[in-house]
Design a protein around this ligand. Sequence first.
Ligand code: 13P
Length: 253
Amino acid sequence: MRKHIVAGNWKMNLTFTEADELLDELMSELEKVELPRDEQVIVCPPFPYIEMASDYANDSYFLVGAQNVSDKEKGAYTGEVSAEMLESCEIDYCIVGHSERRAYYGETDATVAAKVNQLLAHGLKPIVCVGEVLEEREANRQFDVVKTQVEGGLFHLDAEQIKQVIIAYEPVWAIGTGKTATADQAQEMHAHIRSLLAGKYGQEVADEISILYGGSCKPSNAKELFANPDVDGGLIGGASLKAADFMGIITAF
Ligand code: 13P
């Protein structure tokens, strides 16, 4: 059966010293709890701290993910980081298609598809973000918007490949706003995504794919969100920057 996952997306936050302190605190908290065997914690720091995070993680308490990857294989692309580089640093996951990258860096579903291909070719698991903006929800277009994103970013994959993918539903109006989707809104969209996957790949494959919720997820609402049958965990922004808050979400299952 699919995994429960809590992933922290640090975004562009923290200095080296602050990152070191947070990882240290997180490790000592994780040492104290016994997580269910089907639960996976992932930490996605900025690139410069990936090695430090890997050293802390030691593959036992959490796994490490990147926040971005190039859509190109290698070569003269100044400033870019390739999937091959991440593979060679033994990174396991990478976030793709975050709404901030779509909004500020012009990433499209085609970019997402190319990045997913790079990651899969190098043995990394993509965490693919989808989600509607406020105007789209107000116009009741959220299901169509997410369908287009899922199809455009992922439906070129075969069944074996799609099983490597984690999907994160992050309604843009809920990111960093303190406004969380209700448990019903999250469940409704997650069920929609799973039915899209089932339509394309069959129910058995769809049931193996973890679908995370992201957007102002905190210790106080994680339990209610994660209690839904199609909500398999969370992609956490702000609350992943404080060990106590992140732990409160990790232990919410
Ligand atoms: P917040 O948890 O800060 O709303 O961010 C969510 C997010 O964008 C995670 O990728």
